[in-house]
Design a protein around this ligand. Structure first.
Ligand code: GLU
Length: 497
């Protein structure tokens, strides 16, 4: 039997990281078994399905490096691969089930179904259809149809007993039939529900292994029963653990960005995101955290998936992304990637080697270098407070620095460094402490690319202006103090020269 797997997204929203996660494991399983991986669009919900969403799903998966052998964009021998183009097939299959007494027409109005549900909730009894239309006679059905009463087609399910099936990861699963509803298969508008279309397509597309999220476990009995009703071979089932937020709740966009578009725009690398998704429930035999799709393929074994809810932690992903940027991208490659998200950026050649060690996301580049391109960084008195240096001393450090920089002719990183070092030494302050207020004046923070590099890039007059602005911001200097400092500065200057 040829292994054939599939991903079957519904194009009703942004492309979800969960879709990519399930797609990745389907693709891997197909590839290691020399099988095919199919992409099918489940767009039977006409009101919610959008072609725009379909396009985004396809382009996001491709961006991540996920490739399929058959799909709506490349076709294949089992198409069409969009369910909205297959509706006649589902109608015909639903009719077969009705003719064989395995499904029935249900004429209950939405109002009745709402009331039924309310009563069940109120009485705390099992939810689900009560089977009213099962007892309609052939004549009654014919009359209702003649009057064009809208109807749906529901499947019959056993009243009791157990549905047992094997899951590739979970072993034997048993679900009581009395928990299984008489599922609607064909809606009043003639469109199939997920359950009918999914089973019909998985069969016709010869899907051998259904690898999907664990939220579908409870639907498996209906699906298995449909395979049996049709007399089709039941495929293997593998329900993957759901992705979770860091608090272990189901991954939700309220707590975590879930759209692949978000990660793309923020400057996550597709390789890093795919790598991270590969770590969701799965691990390399040597437990290494960074690996490529190719490396994963070499050792992939679906049985290594562990069921303890994998946490999708954006912080951890950011960390991994930084490693990918630093270890896997040459400066030139990084430059090309940056051009995608920052098309107008200049100075890349000069800045990249300085910024790269500090980057986690591609978008960090802009954040880290922003201060170089603004008039003056946004600073308040508060910006200096974490330095733990009294204001008076900060002003003195800044003023000394201004005088020493002003006197420089040659503006290179080395010459700036030696000039500032001489003044720092003359004040008996440790260099790091002396530099901190200068750092804040130049970059607005002490965690940025080195202050020497920054001053060198900014140029002399720009650097001096920034430091002078900080002196003003901190209240400026009285004439008296200015003269005292000047005397001290000249004295120390003459001593050091
Ligand atoms: N259309 C379903 C979804 O959006 C597919 C579920 C399945 O893989 O069976 O998740």
């Amino acid at each position: 039997m040829k292994v054939r797997t599939r991903i079957a997204p519904s194009p009703t929203g942004d492309p979800h990281v969960g879709t990519a996660y399930v797609a990745l494991f389907n693709m891997l399983f197909a590839k290691v078994n020399k099988g095919d991986f199919i992409l099918r669009i489940e767009d039977t919900d006409l009101a919610r399905s959008k072609i725009e969403c379909e396009k985004q799903i396809l382009s996001s998966l491709k961006w991540l490096g996920i490739e399929w052998d058959e799909g709506p964009d490349i076709s294949g021998s089992k198409g069409p691969y969009r369910q909205s183009e297959r509706s006649s097939i589902y109608k015909e299959k639903a009719q077969i089930l009705v003719d064989e007494g395995k499904a029935f027409k249900c004429f209950c109005t939405p109002k009745r179904l709402d009331e039924l549900r309310e009563t069940q909730v109120r009485n705390k009894t099992a939810l689900g259809y009560d089977g009213k239309c099962l007892s309609l006679s052939e004549n009654e059905v014919a009359d209702l149809e003649k009057n064009q009463t809208p109807f749906v087609i529901r499947m019959k399910v056993p009243d009791n007993g157990l549905c047992e099936f094997e899951d590739m990861l979970r072993g034997k699963i048993s679900i009581d039939w009395n928990q299984v509803d008489m599922q609607v298969l064909l809606k009043a508008d003639g469109m199939p529900t997920y359950h009918l279309a999914n089973v019909v397509d998985d069969h016709l597309m010869e899907i051998s292994h259904i690898i999907r999220g664990e939220e579908w476990i409870n639907s498996a009995p209906k699906h298995i029963l449909l395979y049996e009703y049709f007399g089709w071979k039941v495929p293997e089932f593998c329900h993957l653990p759901l992705l979770r937020n860091t608090d272990k709740s189901k991954l939700s966009k309220r707590k975590n960005p879930t759209s692949i578009l978000y990660y793309r725009e923020k400057g996550f690398l597709p390789e890093a995101l795919l790598n991270y998704l590969g770590r969701m429930g799965w691990s390399m035999p040597d437990e290494r955290e960074k690996f490529t799709l190719g490396e994963m393929l070499e050792v992939f074994d679906i049985q290594r998936i562990s069921l303890g809810g994998p946490v999708f932690d954006i912080e951890k992903l950011g960390w991994l992304n930084g490693i990918w940027i630093r270890e896997e991208l040459s400066d030139n490659e990084l430059k090309i990637r940056l051009k995608d998200i920052l098309p107008h950026h200049n100075n890349l050649d000069q800045l990249l080697p300085l910024v790269k060690p500090r980057m986690r996301l591609l978008s960090d580049y802009e954040k880290i270098t922003e201060f170089l391109f603004t008039e003056v960084p946004h600073i308040t008195e508060e910006s200096f407070s974490s330095l733990n240096i009294e204001k008076e001393l900060i002003i003195k450090i800044l003023q000394f620095t201004v005088w020493s920089l002003d006197s420089m002719d040659d503006w290179t990183k080395d010459s700036i460094f030696s000039t500032v070092k001489i003044v720092a030494d003359s004040t008996n302050l440790k260099l790091k402490r002396f530099l901190a207020p200068i750092f804040v004046s130049i970059a607005g923070t002490t965690s940025s690319i080195s202050v020497m590099d920054s001053m060198c890039i900014l140029g002399k007059s720009n650097s001096v202006t920034r430091i002078n602005k900080s002196i003003e911001l901190l209240g400026g200097i009285t004439d008296q103090k200015y003269n005292d400092y000047l005397l001290e500065f000249n004295h120390s200057d003459s001593r050091s020269s």
